[in-house]
Design a protein around this ligand. Structure first.
Ligand code: KG4
Ligand code: ZN
Length: 337
C-alpha cells in the first residue's frame, strides 16, 4: 500500500515542501533564496534561516493545495534533519514537529543525502517516461554544492559509501572557479554557458588523484585557476578557461566513477545532486555507462537540485516500514550516509 506523505526540506538555501503518494510526486514547491545569497556571493547561514522562517508556512500550504490533499489525508510527515546548516534545518524540523502534533500524524527525520540518492526513483505527474525500476545494487554519483560522494545503493534505503572528496565538493569547484573568472555565484550554470563557445584544451588544469577512484580532490584545481588568472591577466580567454575548468571537473568525476562502475557488478549508474544539471557530465557518464553495458539514470532537474519530493519519498519508505521519530528529533550539521 502506498502512503501519502508531506515532505519538508530547509537544509540550505531552498525552502521546499512536497506531497508524494508512493513514488508519485503530487506537488513539489521550491522557494529559492538564490537571489538573496547572490548579493554576498555565497550562502549566509543566518540569512538563510530567516528566509526559511518567512517561506516555510506558505510553501507547505501551497504544496498541499497543488496536490489537492487535505491534512487529514496524510499518512505522515518527513523532514530533513541532517546534514545541513543547523539554523536552517531547525526551521523545517520545528514546522514538521508542530504539524505532526497538531494533525496527529507520524513524523520521520530524513538524511538529506538519502533524499538525493532516492531521487531517481520518483515518478513525476507530467513525465511520460515509464516508472523507473533500477536494479540493486546500483552506483550513484552524488554531486552538489556541498557534496561529492560515490555510493553503492544496495536496497531502497541501504547505502554504502565508496568514495568522497577530501576537500572541496564538485559544485564548490565550479562556484570557486566561476568567482575567480568573474562569473558570479552560483557558478556552475555560468561556467557551462561560457564553455559552450570555449576550447577545453586551451588551458591545462590538473586532474587530481588520478589513480585513486575512491578519493576526489578539487582544491588544487581552484589554486590552478587562480594561477592561470594571475598569469594570463587581460589576455585570459574566459570562454576557454570556463571550458577547460568544466572539462577538468567532469574528467575527474567521470574517470573515477566509470572505473568503479567497471570494476563492480553494477547494472546501473545514477547521477544526482545540483551538479547533475551539467550537460557535459551527464553525457560523459551516459556514454561511459552505456559502453560498459550499464543503464544510466538522471532525474529531471527539478529533482536534482534541493527539493522536498525526494525527502517525502524517503519518508514514505520509512513510514511504510513502521519507522517513526518522536518530538525529540534533533538537527545535525554532519552525519555520515
Ligand atoms: O544540489 P544543489 O542545488 O545545492 C546543494 O549544494 O545542496 O547544488 C548546487 C550546485 C552549485 O554548486 C551549482 O554551481 C551547481 O550545483 N550547478 C552546476 C550547474 N547547475 C548548478 N554545476 C555545473 N553545471 C551546471 N549546469
Ligand atoms: Zn542537496
Amino acid at each position: 500500500m502506498s502512503l501519502t506523505v508531506l515532505g519538508i526540506e530547509s537544509s540550505c538555501d531552498e525552502t521546499s515542501a512536497a506531497v508524494v503518494r508512493g513514488r508519485h510526486v503530487l506537488s513539489n514547491v521550491v522557494a529559492s533564496q538564490m537571489e538573496m545569497h547572490q548579493i554576498w556571493g555565497g550562502v549566509v547561514p543566518e540569512a538563510a534561516a530567516r528566509a526559511h522562517v518567512e517561506s516555510i508556512v506558505p510553501v507547505i500550504h501551497q504544496a498541499l493545495n497543488e496536490a489537492g490533499v487535505r491534512p487529514n489525508e496524510l499518512d505522515g510527515i518527513g523532514v530533513t534533519h541532517c546534514p545541513g546548516l543547523v539554523g536552517a534545518l531547525s526551521v523545517g524540523v520545528t514546522a514538521a514537529k508542530t504539524l505532526s502534533l497538531v494533525w496527529d500524524k507520524p513524523l520521520v527525520g530524513v538524511h538529506h543525502l538519502h533524499g538525493h540518492l532516492v531521487s531517481p526513483r520518483a515518478v513525476l505527474a507530467d513525465s511520460s517516461e515509464p516508472e523507473r525500476s533500477l536494479p540493486f545494487p546500483y552506483l550513484a554519483l552524488l554531486v552538489s554544492g556541498g557534496h561529492t560522494e560515490l555510493v553503492e545503493v544496495r536496497g531502497p534505503l541501504e547505502f554504502q559509501l565508496l568514495g568522497q572528496t577530501i576537500d572541496d565538493a564538485a559544485g564548490e569547484a565550479f562556484d570557486k572557479g566561476a568567482r575567480l573568472l568573474g562569473l558570479g555565484y552560483p557558478g556552475g550554470r555560468a561556467i557551462q554557458e561560457r564553455a559552450r563557445t570555449g576550447r577545453a584544451d586551451r588551458y591545462l588544469l590538473p586532474r587530481a588523484l588520478k589513480d585513486d577512484p575512491t578519493r576526489f580532490s578539487f582544491s588544487g584545481l581552484k589554486t590552478a585557476v587562480l594561477r592561470l588568472v594571475e598569469k594570463e591577466g587581460e589576455q585570459l580567454n574566459i570562454d576557454d578557461a570556463a571550458a577547460s575548468l568544466q572539462q577538468a571537473i567532469v574528467d575527474a568525476l567521470a574517470q573515477k566513477t566509470l572505473s568503479v562502475l567497471e570494476s563492480g557488478s553494477y547494472r546501473a549508474l545514477t547521477l544526482v545532486g545540483g551538479v547533475a544539471a551539467n550537460e557535459l557530465l551527464r553525457e560523459t557518464l551516459r556514454q561511459g555507462a552505456e559502453q560498459l553495458g550499464a543503464r544510466f539514470a538522471c532525474p529531471p532537474l527539478s529533482l536534482c537540485t534541493d527539493n522536498a519530493a525526494m525527502i517525502a519519498l524517503v519518508a514514505e519508505i520509512r513510514l511504510a516500514q513502521g519507522e517513526r521519530d518522536d518530538l525529540s528529533l534533533d538537527c545535525a550539521s554532519s552525519v555520515p550516509i
